[in-house]
Design a binder for this molecule. Structure first.
Ligand code: PRX
Length: 632
């Protein structure tokens, strides 16, 4: 079987094979990789534990499958094509050979500073090539990397370091983001006051600003790289050894560390990348995500590099120094596959077509979307004006926990249907269930989206708390992985993702737990209680609306700003509420539960049918909240 799907009937054939005999299907794909020791069993699993093992007994190193496996044919090919924040600065081309040498050098650095197999290393870095090198070097020495998005606050960073008891932090002096220069090293310094497990910090010089270097703890990247050998023998990892931890928000307060394993993740990110984007050997591929998110892990670094692709890495933001920046880069590098988020599309759509006209987008063959449901208007705008009506648009549905793309058109193969993630990839068995967990078979059904069978890159555990993994994903509907999303299967059998059905909101493609934001709000000394809900937002998809009870309500404007600022400090700017409404009370049931349904309606200004409020403990409060919202 050639594992590159080329036609729709080919897809159907692959899909059927993957369902009838998953082990044979994945075994054949896995056989292209370099294994230090072969597997004993391709798959053993139960969802009760959960206990899922792919390629058990095998040993490998994922970076050997990027470098040693590919260098004979790819040494001179560009692996990473880096574009700086400022278009007047020089871009960088790093070949597979160069990336290999840099990764080996940095692997030697890590080992010489005491990093061993299984140690946790935090990466809190800008979008610079060193961030990719840092991830790959961790993987090469067997350390578990945990990349923390460099926009998170010191408190959020400290929480993540403490949760996984990381030994080392890799960072930079500053982070150029549009017109801003964010002092990331200073954030690390603040975080480490509350995170004692970290013994060493390696600082990459990017912006050249002055930073405080703490003796015996902080060292410069360029100093320690000097004189290091560019050869390094990769550490042997068991197939199920953890490759990385990535923290993500859920319904409950604290973000959880999603753990991915080595072999299954490797096989699945490679396979899904190749097939969804239909990557050809001379193509230039660009995913605009940040490596702080799963999209950056799977589809800037691991998937593309395992497939021998040229992957573009962009330091900046879509609108700096002008709103045509994305289109300028597509033209500059003659990008073939372009993968971004609906929120970016909507933000750029707002500037009209003028920013696009100076640039040629003729190189594009595939355009992609990820992170949140893409509304039909944005879909058509993207398809018409960026894809020029000729590029297939892959609306890829997946999650941090799934490791790779689960439901998506395969570019040019699956017929496009606006706003539909469409069909599952081979190996993926989605089911739609009703509230009681009964499977809704057939077409034209809507309910909660579950996955009935393991795929190679499924979450293995939540770091340090396996019970939480079970409760969050495998207990709601026993025997199935529950995604937290609602979905519809239409009359053609195509899936449309409807969004989260739990207390998670999706802000600009980023997941935010409402409880997490509430906890941050409640840190403000004047706050008594708060409730956070999502509401439709033109650019962000969903905005954050906070209803807050305060001790005093004088100078409401000032108090609202202070509350927003508290959240910014505790979590980061991405979690800052768009609206804070000070309220006299929150609608509660007799058992004391906040009726979020009502708050969601108020936040969405959908006051037509408030439903039954008579069972509330305090129905009078609803009127007051509505009145307050209208003044807001
Ligand atoms: O609600 C779904 C939404 O994003 C959630 C996963 O967020 P995260 O783990 O941060 O990963 C984002 C990048 C993979 C999902 O539960 N989501 C993601 N992609 C789509 C989507 N919703 C609709 N359509 C998509 N294409």
């Amino acid at each position: 079987m050639n594992h590159r799907i080329k036609t729709l009937s080919n897809y159907i054939h692959h899909y059927e094979k993957s369902i009838q005999d998953p082990e044979a299907f994945w075994g054949e794909i896995a056989s292209i990789f370099q294994w230090k020791k072969p597997w004993k069993k391709i798959l053993s699993w139960n969802f009760e534990g959960p206990d899922i093992k792919w390629f058990d007994g095998a040993q490998l190193n994922i970076t050997e499958n990027i470098f040693e496996r590919l260098l004979p044919t790819h040494a001179e090919k560009t692996a990473i094509l880096w574009e700086p924040n400022n278009p007047n600065d020089k871009s960088q081309k790093i070949t597979y050979q160069e990336l290999f040498h840099l990764t080996c050098q940095f692997s030697n650095v890590l080992e010489s500073h005491g990093v061993k197999k299984g140690d946790r290393v935090i990466i809190y870095m800008p979008m610079i090539p060193e961030a990719a090198i840092a991830m790959l070097a961790c993987a090469r020495v067997g350390a578990i990397h945990s990349v923390v998005f460099a926009g998170f606050s010191a408190t959020a960073l400290a929480d993540r370091i403490n949760d996984c008891k990381a030994k080392m932090v890799l960072t930079a002096d500053g982070n150029y983001r549009g017109a801003k220069n964010i002092p990331v090293k200073a954030v690390v310094d603040e975080a480490l006051e509350k995170a004692p497990s970290v013994k060493k910090v390696i600082v990459c010089q990017r912006t050249g600003e002055t930073v405080i270097m703490i003796p015996d703890r902080d060292i410069w990247w360029h100093d320690v790289m000097e004189g290091q050998s560019n050869q390094h023998a990769a550490v042997s990892m068991d197939a199920e050894d953890s490759l990385f931890i990535l923290y993500t928000s859920g319904s409950t307060g604290k973000p959880k560390g999603v753990v991915h394993s080595t072999a299954g993740y490797m096989v699945y990110t490679y396979y899904s990348f190749l097939n969804v984007f239909q990557y050809n050997p001379t193509d230039i591929y660009w995913c605009t995500a940040d490596i702080g998110w799963i999209t950056g892990h799977s589809y800037i670094i691991y998937g593309p590099l395992l497939a021998g692709a040229t992957s573009v890495m962009f330091e900046g933001v879509p609108t700096y120094p002008h709103p045509g920046r994305f289109w300028e880069i597509i033209d500059k590098f003659k990008i073939n596959q372009f993968y971004t988020a609906p929120t970016a599309i909507r933000a750029l759509q707002a500037y009209g077509l003028d920013p696009i006209t100076p640039y040629s987008l003729a190189s594009l063959t595939v355009i992609g979307s990820v992170g949140e449901p893409i509304n039909e208007e944005a879909w058509h705008w993207y398809h018409t004006n960026i894809g020029k009506g000729k590029c297939p648009l892959v609306d890829t549905w997946w999650q941090t926990e799934t490791g790779g793309i689960m439901i998506s058109p395969l570019a040019g193969i699956t017929p496009n249907k606006p706003a539909h993630a469409s069909l599952p990839l081979p190996g993926i068995q989605p089911v739609i269930v009703d509230a009681e967990g009964n499977e809704l078979k057939g077409n034209n059904v809507e309910g909660n989206l579950c996955i009935a069978f393991p795929w190679p890159s499924i979450i293995r555990t939540t770091y340090g708390d396996h019970k939480r993994c079970k409760e969050t994903y495998f207990s709601t509907y026993p025997g199935m992985y529950f995604t937290g999303d609602g979905a519809k299967r239409d009359h053609d059998g195509y899936f449309r993702i409807l969004g989260r059905v739990d207390d998670v909101i999706n802000v600009s493609g980023h997941r935010m737990g409402t409880a997490e934001v509430e906890n941050a709000i409640n840190e403000h000394p004047k706050v008594i209680e708060s409730a956070v809900v999502g509401y439709p937002h033109d650019i962000k998809g969903q905005g954050i609306y906070a209803f807050v009870i305060c001790e005093s309500s004088d100078d409401i404007a000032k108090l609202s700003e202070e509350i927003k600022d508290t959240v910014r400090k505790i979590i980061g700017p991405i979690a800052k509420p768009d609206v804070v409404q000070i309220v006299p009370g929150l609608p509660k049931t007799r058992s004391g539960k906040i009726m979020r349904r009502i708050l969601r309606k108020v936040a969405s200004q959908d006051l037509s049918n408030m439903g039954d409020t008579s069972t509330l403990l305090n129905p009078e409060v609803v009127e007051e909240i509505i009145k307050g919202a209208q003044k807001n």
